[in-house]
Ligand binder design. Structure first.
Ligand code: AHR
Length: 496
């Protein structure tokens, strides 16, 4: 079986947006505590940050990190987590049924971002709080000085943090959300919060909450109503999507990027329809600020008995396999091909909680199989995203009908071509021929594959490198690149 595609440097989508390679740190389970932060750990630095996790974050190629939630943010008081540690209160975290010690907060997060070399993206609490608390947080975070809260930050030893990108709440469409709202209620609050925040800093970039998934009963109407209220004051509408293979329908699971493609197209169309109603040329882009593979019951918010409130309990520490890594690689292909409208994306989350990086308290840190396609795509994607039309055999799926077995995206940057390919078939290999004659590349500098005969192979503390990218054979002759893609595989090629 074979597939082909033709690449042309003149047919571009948009520049590769570095913010596509964002992730997410929530005060949830062990993402913060014993994840990125563990004073006393053998690798902890003077701030208590795990250096092994910092190094892996850099190797992952993360550009931006969203913080502090997630569902957590909808009950969070940001002022609990700033200033001297001794005075910080312990609180109940209702979202994840645990105790928040507030040992780590905004000041620590910004310091951690500087060390990791990532841009912070802050979420504000629009669940239990409103406009005033958002403005207070903004004043503390960004105002240069000479006011109560900016001076407080200075007293805490910090210059303005200069945070540009803000989420106006989190998943406010979800009935599980603390302070859940209707679209009309949330749309008004988002608009008024955004309008006030812009009175301090007109050039902030603000994200309104879209749907928690494309299967929410309010999907579509939620985006429309929220944007009708907030269109003039926001820049992005969010999308969240998690894909699992709980029902054993591997063909559909491997087709998850089809759902992501349709989700992005539907939200873009809805945002543009609101623009049309207003005769506006403004374009609201997408912040896909939570995406990943996630197993298990998504409605289950806690893992412990109701009367147990623990500090940093283990929560949704999914162990990923090779098939999950192929899906994650394919979801990145979907995000990249929508670079004209997806301005921000965050793999949720960074450490331990449905994460590419795992740790043991007092022990090692290691990479899940899903780490690899993310790290390689972040490293190789550069310049312009090229338009790609793949001529491919199809796979029948229960959820999405017949879909292309081979999915692909390419980027081109001053003589360097990167091609990302996935074979979503469970049946067998597909040989793909990529016509690169119009690009003029002559050398295959790198060709790697994430694949394993055991599709359920995973990594662990004992076997951290059971699943790693392997070299794959690629022929480049007379402007034609040929690679054989085994069933259930993700590959990346770098040509010059
Ligand atoms: O990432 C885990 C959770 O998933 C987040 O807290 C929430 O926003 C989503 O439901």
């Amino acid at each position: 079986t074979s597939a082909k595609l033709v690449l042309d440097p003149a047919f571009t989508v948009a520049p590769v947006n570095r913010r596509t390679f964002g992730t997410f740190v929530e005060h949830m389970g062990r993402c913060v505590y014993t994840g990125i932060y563990e004073p006393g750990h053998a690798t902890a630095d003077e701030d208590g940050f795990r250096k092994d996790v910092l190094e892996l974050t850099q190797e992952l190629g993360v550009s931006l990190v969203r913080y502090p939630g997630g569902n957590f943010v909808s009950g969070y008081r940001w002022e609990d987590g700033v200033g001297p540690r001794e005075g910080r209160p312990r609180r109940l975290d209702l979202a994840w049924h645990s105790i928040e010690t507030n040992e780590f907060g905004l000041d620590e997060f910004i310091r951690w971002c500087a060390k990791a070399g990532v841009e912070p993206m802050m979420a504000i609490n629009l669940g239990t709080r409103g406009v005033q608390e958002a403005l207070d947080l903004q004043e503390y975070t960004n105002h240069p000085g000479g006011t109560a809260l900016s001076d407080l930050r200075e007293q805490h030893g910090a210059s303005p943090y200069g945070v540009k990108l803000w989420c106006l709440g989190n998943e406010m469409d979800g009935p599980w959300q603390i302070g859940h709202k209707t679209a009309a209620e949330y749309g008004r609050l988002a608009a008024e919060t955004a309008r006030a925040m812009r009175m301090i800093e007109p050039d902030l970039e603000l994200v309104a909450c879209g749907s928690s998934s494309s299967s929410m009963p309010t999907f579509g109407t939620w985006e429309q109503e929220v944007l009708r209220e907030s269109f003039d004051f926001v820049d992005y509408i969010s999308c969240h999507a998690y894909y699992g293979n709980d029902d054993g329908d591997t063909e559909s699971f491997l087709g998850s990027a089809v759902n992501m493609d349709r989700f992005i197209d539907a939200v873009t169309a809805t945002a543009d329809a609101v623009a049309a109603e207003r005769k506006s040329s403004k374009r609201i882009d997408i912040s896909f600020d939570e995406w990943n593979v996630w197993y298990g019951d998504r409605s289950r918010r806690t893992d412990g008995p109701g009367d147990q409130w623990e500090v940093a309990p283990r929560r949704i520490e999914d162990e990923y396999n090779v098939t999950d890594a192929v899906v994650v690689g394919n979801l990145l292909i979907s995000l990249l091909r929508h670079s004209d409208r997806v301005g921000v994306a965050c793999l949720a989350q960074l450490a331990n909680v449905i994460a590419p990086i795992m740790t043991e308290p007092g022990g090692p840190a290691w990479k899940q199989p899903t780490f690899h396609p993310f790290a390689i795509t972040s490293r190789l994607a550069a310049g312009q995203v090229l338009r790609v039309e793949t001529d491919s055999p199809t796979v029948s799926t229960a959820k999405y009908g017949d879909i292309a077995a081979v999915d692909a995206v390419a980027t081109y940057d001053e003589g360097k071509l990167a091609v990302f390919l996935v074979n979503r078939s469970t049946e067998g290999p597909i040989e793909i021929t990529v016509d690169v004659s119009r690009i003029g590349v002559t050398t295959v500098a790198e060709a790697v594959i994430v694949h394993d005969e055991d599709r359920l192979a995973t990594n662990s503390a004992d076997q951290p490198d059971r699943v790693t990218p392997q070299p794959v054979e690629a022929q480049l002759q007379d402007g034609k690149l040929t690679v054989t893609l085994p069933a259930v595989s993700w590959s990346a090629l770098n040509l010059s």
